[in-house]
Design a protein around this ligand. Sequence first.
Ligand code: UDX
Length: 437
Amino acid sequence: MIGTGYVGLTTGIGFASIGHRVACVDKDIKKISMLDVGKVPFYEPELSLKMKELQESGNIMFTSDLSNVIANADVLVVAVQTPPAVNGQADLSYIMKAADEIGRSLDHEALIVIKSTVPVGTTEKFIERVKTSLRNCGRDELADVIQIAFVPEFLREGTALSDFLRPDRIVLGAKDEVAFIILSKMHENINTKIIKTTIESAEIIKYAANAFLATKISFINEIANIAEITGGNIIDIVAGVGTDSRIGPKFLNAGIGYGGSCFPKDVSALKQIAGTNGYDFKLLSAVIETNNRQRDLFFKKILLTLRVLKGRRIGVWGLSFKPNTDDIRESAAIDLVQRLVAYGADVSVYDPKAMENSKKILPDSVVFCSTPIDAAEGVEALLVLTEWPEFKKVSFATMITRMVRPLIFDGRNCLIDMKLESSGFEYQGVGLCGLKK
Ligand code: UDX
């Protein structure tokens, strides 16, 4: 397992838990030494326990010695990062460096599996890079037989390990029967639908799946905006639309839009891939624009209601890009906190898990509170921006005595069934009431 980020570590632990012997390797020595003592360097609830168990049984180990791992591997799984470059394209420098290193150390036939999300055609370029590196080391015969595959991951943060062990499907992208046999054997203890296809199709499947999910979210956000203007209620609308088996209720939660390390990156990468191949993927341009506009519309609601933000104290619940993670990458919540600060508001924030990560990027003027109630102390409005389940358990009777104005903007419609208006709160969600003209 080359790379121990969200995907690499989860996949390594996943393969070890279905009976394989796994060596996880990473250049980041600090990260490796944390893993070695059983510490997972990010919040992923299921991983730590499983990892300790597997380390005790000797099924998994962590090292920074790449050449040794390569020398002893039957299968090399590559899960290094492919972050977005400035122009939105995927930065492939890390993965190509891994190709050079594999070519330098590989001295036997091993199947190479790419798991990182990569533009169509990258897997082919990767194996060519490995072959060149092998030939430079005089291993021409190995270069002639080496096999590669692309097996996309569909892991969600917060449920990564269960997504690995109980996936809706496994997509195997390869060129020859031997590779498919090895891949099927590797995954034989996972009981799910196996889809065998070409490498190119597998690369597209990954982007298409994420882009479609993002499209679903932007679509329902547009419907929510129309509902606000025409007096509809998005919760009922979703119930009426999502019960169509061809649509399904999932990923139809309207709110302040999607964030995270995948959707924004993968949607813009797919748009770029289409563009560099001379195809203008118009729908994705609208998905991106709609997602960005969702934050603007939510902020506009706050401005229309409060008029002036300068010097006003505003409370914020939720900073992570979604619940059950400490990850704040591309978080809409962080974006909105930064806008509040830019408008001169005094901001108090609370998040169950993402406080440490947020302290690294939010300005010093932001007050980090240890409880949700503290973050509502003396505020003229409370913004709920990530739907952490614990927010429903707060005593709103206490809350209302601590707020200067009992005004709540719910960016995820997650408190709607608390019927807060009957407890004396002013409550505004997304797609729930007439948009102020
Ligand atoms: C996503 C894909 O789900 C996963 O299959 C892929 O491998 C990686 O990217 P992740 O980014 O961890 O996983 O989170 P996800 O649960 O998909 O949510 C992504 C964003 O969409 C979050 O910001 C979430 O708040 C938002 N979202 C999700 C909505 O706004 N509405 C919804 O109905 C669902």
